[in-house]
Design a protein around this ligand. Structure first.
Ligand SMILES: Nc1ncnc2c1ncn2[C@@H]1O[C@H](COP(=O)(O)OP(=O)(O)OP(=O)(O)O)[C@@H](O)[C@H]1O
Ligand SMILES: [Mg+2]
Length: 595
């Protein structure tokens, strides 16, 4: 297989612009239901404008520039503008608290910041005295009268008289081994680490993804994941190399509304979103009850039969095909249409997806291809293929990427997708690399003879009970979240006699349950300790315990408020932070283990 050796992200963009100048590149919403677009040529011209203005602003080669914003068109523009000017992009989640923004701005030595809006700007003013190296803040939306701040429009004016040669010479000076981005890890297990990603890491990975995916001419995608996370960023770069038009969601709250307009052929998401959709569909069907529920159950049953046959790669017999067509018309078309009606496949990554949820969507005619990657390998190593997939596995490696399992079960990777180092953290870099460029992942897994990878859990999350049993909690947690009443689960049990779990509730379905069962409450959080709700959740857990060996069953539960990004119990990439949760609920955990 042939990879093109691009010298930079700019070079990769240029090749797409040269091949498809008039094809739509990006779309975004100007108001609900209404989008505006640019083609690749227009995007490229605007990237050059940004690069010119950055140079005029005094950005030098290898300077670090932050982008603090939710994913949007100007994120893409700023990012490519920064690297075209020879700089390095460092994304920061718009949901980060000021102190977390400060940590990254300071740690990465940023000299300028693109900030989404007044909300982000207010955070920056709060920490201004702590980030003296930041010379300018460019406000992506709006205006603010202060020397430190430039509106986007004024920023673009800066570069107007700069000759093209200035940008051309920056592009010529950029080597594939130069740093294009420092991307901070999600912080699931501790303080985020800055992965130094080169232009080669980014352009190679985009190509490996393209070669692994089933892209068709005319495909469109839709992005709602945050671009500060490497997962979304890799999707964006893969869309550049594959020349796939990408529509940005307005915000996470409007995804459902926006996806119906964007009508993507494929998109990427994290498991938490699929789990939420699943619970909503299940909750909706069950609350209708009666005939509607009967039809729903019949359709799912038919769909699952079709799914099994498809998984065994056999043809679906005609009578079943006919039933499936009816099931689709009556039930599944609603699910498909809710995603815009054109989705051929979607990706799940960033955390484990429970196979039964993947199976449910497959039954409903939506193929979720699970993949895996980490910030340190530009977010891509393995993915299930459109014509060769399994649920519960993260698929085979992309072209050019090698995998192996260390003696203790840890998964290791090697390839041009693997980062150069952790920024300003030589100790961590040394711990993460073995000889000959192999990267330790911290994940335990197995590889079968077809090269499919299955992840057991994170090494750090493996529980060893007081009885000496080794337990991977993520599978058990995944099964528990298939309950439409359960939102999130964190299993406890390390060096304990038995397993217990902290559980959060799936709000909408619980409220519905409370209403139907006349459960009175003033404040929603009261439901966490309501005996009827505790009983409901206990039963949901107990019925799922049956899938496991006795030592893997959850003996006690404690219901706590939802873990969110805002309460720092979930990363902006939507993974629960177990160490934070365990510390926070130390007392509740203690109550589940009375002496
Ligand atoms: N499909 C998947 N199944 C299981 N785990 C996954 C999957 N995709 C990603 N992961 C997990 O996510 C990790 C990579 O995530 P990321 O680089 O965003 O930061 P993090 O590891 O969550 O945070 P930190 O390194 O700061 O603790 C992988 O090492 C793996 O543990
Ligand atoms: Mg990690």
């Amino acid at each position: 297989m042939q990879f093109v050796d691009f010298s930079s992200a700019h070079g990769m963009l240029k090749s797409t612009v040269d091949s498809y100048p008039d094809r739509t590149a990006y779309s975004w919403f100007v108001e609900p239901g209404v989008t505006e677009s640019v083609n690749w040529r227009e995007f490229y011209d605007q990237v050059i404008e940004v690069a010119k203005s950055l140079i005029a602003l005094g950005i030098k080669k290898d300077d670090k520039v932050n982008i603090i914003s939710y994913s949007c068109y100007r994120w893409a523009l700023s990012d490519l503008g920064i690297t075209t000017a020879g700089g390095c992009t460092v994304g920061i989640y718009q949901s980060n608290l000021p102190k977390d923004c400060q940590y990254i701005i300071d740690h990465c030595d940023a000299v300028a910041i693109f900030a989404e809006d007044q909300v982000q700007l207010d955070k920056l003013f709060e920490i201004k005295s702590e980030i003296p190296d930041v010379k300018k803040v460019i406000l992506l939306n709006g205006d603010h009268d202060d020397d430190w701040v430039l509106s986007y429009e004024d920023f673009i004016k800066l570069g107007k008289s700069l000759p093209d040669e200035e940008v051309e010479s920056r592009v010529a000076d950029t080597k594939s081994t130069d740093t294009a981005a420092i991307v901070y890890t999600s912080g699931t297990t501790g303080v985020p680490k800055g992965s130094v990603l080169t232009h080669d890491n980014i352009t190679f990975t985009a190509q490996s993804v393209k070669l692994s995916g089933e892209f068709q001419d005319g495909d469109k995608t839709f992005l709602f994941l945050p671009l500060a996370h490497i997962f979304a960023k890799s999707v964006m770069y893969s869309s550049i190399i594959a020349a796939v038009p990408l529509t940005f969601a307005r915000k996470i709250e409007t995804v459902v509304e926006d996806i119906a307009v964007a009508k993507p052929n494929w998109f990427a998401s994290v498991p938490r979103i699929y789990e939420k959709i699943y619970s909503k569909i299940l909750g909706g069907a069950e609350s209708k009850g009666g005939l509607a529920l009967k039809i729903f159950r019949w359709a799912v049953n038919v769909g699952e039969k079709v799914s099994d046959i498809k998984l065994s790669k056999k043809p679906v017999p005609l009578p079943l095909k006919i039933k499936y067509a009816v099931a689709t018309k009556l039930v599944f078309s609603k699910v498909q249409n809710a995603l815009g009606g054109n989705v051929r496949w979607c990706i799940s990554g960033a955390a484990p997806l429970n196979p039964s949820i993947a199976k449910f969507f497959h039954a409903a005619g939506i193929l979720i291809l699970e993949g895996i990657g980490m910030t340190e390998n530009t977010s891509f190593t393995n993915i299930n293929r459109y014509d060769n997939y399994r649920f519960g596995w993260v698929g085979q490696t992309g072209p050019g990427i090698e995998q192996k399992i260390a003696d203790d079960g840890e998964v290791m990777f090697r390839g041009r997708n693997v980062m150069k180092e952790y920024y300003k953290n030589p100790e961590a870099t040394e711990r993460t690399f073995a000889e000959d460029g192999w990267l330790y992942t911290g994940d335990i897994g197995e590889i079968d003879d077809e090269g499919f990878l299955k992840i057991t859990d994170r090494k750090k999350h493996i529980i060893i009970t007081a009885g000496g049993k080794n337990i991977a909690p993520s599978v058990i947690e995944g099964v528990m979240t298939t309950s439409k009443y359960i939102g999130q689960v964190c299993i406890i049990g390390d060096r304990r006699k038995y397993l217990s779990a902290l559980v959060t509730l799936e709000k909408e379905n619980i409220e519905d349950y409370a209403k139907k069962n006349n459960i009175q409450y003033n404040d929603y959080d009261e439901l966490n300790v309501n005996p009827e709700i505790v009983d409901l959740i206990t039963k949901e857990v107990q019925s799922r315990n049956k899938e496991f060996a006795s030592f893997e069953t959850i003996k006690k539960i404690s219901i706590v408020p939802e873990w969110t990004i805002e309460n720092s119990c979930m990363t902006p990439s939507m993974k629960i932070k177990k160490n934070v949760i365990i510390e926070e609920y130390d007392e509740k955990i203690g109550e589940m283990y009375p002496e």
